[in-house]
Design a binder for this molecule. Structure first.
Ligand code: WTA
Length: 648
């Protein structure tokens, strides 16, 4: 039941052909210098084992070696998963922006930090470490002068661009937390996140540009802040030439400031950012990440999972509004002193060759994208890839949802020319960085298509049964938990630690529950099977069914609604909404929606909507409807089946 419908024998035969049997001698000092002194560690397997059994020693060495500290930490970790207490590197003080900028400006000021791949191909802008630091300091001073202080939370509603990155880093510089909201969200969704974060400051741009279209971001902010009494000021940067109406609340970001901005000395466990993600109840969760642990985990995973080397150009095409953009467009690459791409456009603008033309033009070495885009692009045909020289590519990454074998194969064979490893990386907003990926420690390791495979250093994934008992054998499936704390994990849900404990710590006491199911193969490799709760995944974006129902239910003609995900061959899951009356679905950016209006919803006698029944109807699996005995009114199902057939 847990296993996705993928055939093991297909995996087995494919894995043989991708298996790289070369075994090279292992030079630990070259691979991970800080591990050279680890006792008894002479090969990769021993290093992996050491990171688990001597976790404190491992993380302390990595933290000392990779981060620049203002004062050293005295305690490596103080964690109790069963109580939701997670603390790393206490006593230590540092500044994240110094780690991402100043220290690289000292060694290589003219190195390119950001390549802003703007919507129009060929109009990219390169920003050096020196000028990104300059931009960050000016913004930090502007925020400080305008009263933003340590402990405040600044909401950023901007598309990927250097000023958005500088805004994030300016917050980090002065000790404020940031709350980046995806600039495709509606005014309503933005307002809810601003209110929950209690932001008094918002940063935005006049307009966005995406796929050749102009998007009125400032207007969306204007509407949103109407319902947010906490907001005192809105900083507005100019992405286009078009002027916008400025109110008393608005501040132009063109104001000139000094380029020297003293970095705040932050405690390891001070908040770095909030990032909202969907939960299984209506209210999105503001997951809280802190300074040292998050940054360390992002930088280490960025370097090892993708085999990132100095001088490489890293191309993560995720929006900065998602955790993937935070960890792998911004923090991981910059902490490593790398060159990172900020992608403003879409995979099909101006044509389906966009990604690969960009790879050629920017000489991208690691490309990190989502299966939904790969599935879309493969339908357009191989010639869109073959038109361009993608020989700079070394590693291809996939994230956000399971990658099906067809998409994996195409990515590997056509995009990667059969020579680039495809790393299917599993992780979540909650985990801060990649937890399971094919090659966390060994650039020659075997890769099985469509499998995330192996835990990263210090990570201990486990599967449990319904009672929470550990499943110890291989070739087994169950809820996926993480048994050992790691520095990158979220610390809490903003303003709701109880919800954090109930969601992640209580379902399987002693373990961190991920909400996903997984299969562990005969060989001990992990394959993610998907969400176990009512969160659905459309094009790699997490949406809570309850959250969408909230929006639908706001329509005056709708009494109630039930939203479910269904398999969609491009988007992963589409959304079907069954509403009991007529409605119009406006004002949100949710696409792939299919509505069916019904007189009543199938409910249990206790009033719970039986979503699994709706899912079966949509999948046209009427034989699989299962036990309907708890239904209050079985006729409701008949009506829905009939209505669905009429629609199809
Ligand atoms: C899903 C995105 C299968 C999973 C980084 C997880 C995946 C949710 C994979 C987190 C993968 C992410 N294979 N499923 N490689 N990566 N997921 O918070 O259900 O936006 O729980 O973080 O995406 O989504 P989030």
């Amino acid at each position: 039941m847990w296993l996705r419908c993928t055939s093991k024998c297909v995996f087995a035969s494919l894995s043989r052909s991708y298996n790289n049997v070369l075994s090279r001698s292992f030079n630990i000092a070259a691979f991970m210098p800080e591990a050279a002194g680890f006792e008894g560690v002479s090969d990769r397997a021993a290093l992996q084992e050491f990171s688990l059994s001597n976790s404190d020693h491992f993380w302390a060495a990595v933290a000392r070696h990779r981060l620049t500290w203002i004062s050293p930490f005295h305690t490596v970790q103080d964690c109790d998963l069963s109580r939701g207490r997670i603390k790393w590197f206490e006593g230590g003080k540092l500044n994240v922006s110094v780690n991402c900028l100043d220290r690289h400006v000292h060694t290589c000021p003219e190195k390119v930090a950001l390549i802003w791949e703007r919507d129009e191909p060929g109009s990219e802008v390169k920003v050096t470490y020196r000028s990104l630091l300059d931009m960050t300091c000016r913004l930090g001073n502007l925020l400080r002068r305008r009263g933003v202080k340590k402990g405040d939370c600044v909401t950023i509603y901007m598309p990927p661009c250097p000023l958005a990155v500088a805004s994030m880093l300016a917050c980090a510089r002065i000790g404020a937390a940031h709350n980046v909201v995806f600039a495709g969200f509606s005014a309503e969704a933005l307002a809810e996140r601003i209110r929950d974060a209690q932001s008094s400051t918002v940063i935005t741009v006049n307009q966005g540009v995406r796929g050749g279209r102009v998007i009125e971001l400032k207007k969306t902010v204007d509407t949103a802040v109407e319902g947010c009494p906490s907001v005192k000021q809105v900083f507005v940067a100019m992405r286009t030439e078009n002027p916008v109406v400025m109110t008393d609340r608005d501040v132009s970001m063109e104001e000139l400031e000094d380029a020297v901005c003293e970095p705040a000395a932050m405690d390891s466990e001070d908040v770095l950012f909030l990032l909202y993600t969907s939960g299984s109840t209506g209210k999105p969760k503001g997951l809280v990440h802190t300074q040292a642990g998050y940054l360390l985990y992002a930088l280490l995973t960025h370097r090892y999972v993708f085999s990132y080397h100095d001088g490489d150009v890293f191309g993560c095409v995720a929006d900065i509004g998602w955790i993937t953009g935070h960890s792998y467009s911004v923090y991981g690459p910059l902490a490593n002193g790398g060159t990172t791409v900020l992608f403003e456009s879409t995979p099909v603008y101006p044509n389906p060759g966009r990604y690969w033309e960009m790879v050629q033009r920017l000489r991208i070495n690691q490309f990190y994208g989502a299966p939904t885009a790969i599935r879309l692009l493969l339908k357009y045909g191989d010639h869109w890839v073959h038109k361009y020289d993608c020989s700079t590519l070394k590693t291809l990454g996939s994230v956000g949802e399971p990658i099906n074998t067809e998409a994996w194969e195409w990515y590997h064979r056509v995009v990667g020319d059969g020579r680039c490893p495809v790393v299917d990386t599993w992780w979540q907003t909650e985990t801060g960085g990649i937890c399971i990926a094919p090659r966390p420690s060994d650039p020659d390791a075997e890769i099985v298509p469509g499998m995330a495979m192996r835990p990263f250093f210090g990570m201990k994934p486990v599967l449990v049964d319904g009672e929470g008992k550990l499943l110890t054998s291989n070739n087994t499936s169950g809820p996926l938990c993480l048994a050992q704390p790691w520095p990158g994990m979220a610390r809490t849900i903003h303003n709701n630690h109880q919800r954090f404990i109930e969601t992640y710590c209580q379902p399987y006491p002693g373990y961190f529950f991920t909400g996903d199911g997984a299969h562990r193969s005969e060989e001990g490799y992990y394959q993610i099977t998907g969400r176990l709760d009512d969160v659905i995944n459309v094009s790699g974006h997490r949406l809570g069914t309850a959250e969408i129902e909230d929006v639908v239910n706001h329509c005056p003609a709708v009494a109630e609604s039930a939203v479910i995900g269904y398999s969609h061959d491009v988007k992963g899951q589409g959304i079907r909404s069954k509403t009991v009356s007529i409605m119009s679905f406006t004002g949100t950016q949710i696409t792939g929606v299919f509505l069916q209006f019904v007189q009543r919803l199938p409910k249990t006698r206790s009033g719970k909507i039986m979503r699994r029944v709706l899912r079966k109807v949509v999948e046209q699996d009427l034989g699989g409807l299962g036990d309907l005995s708890t239904l209050d009114d079985p006729a409701a199902v008949q009506e829905i089946v009939q209505g669905h057939q009429d629609l199809c």
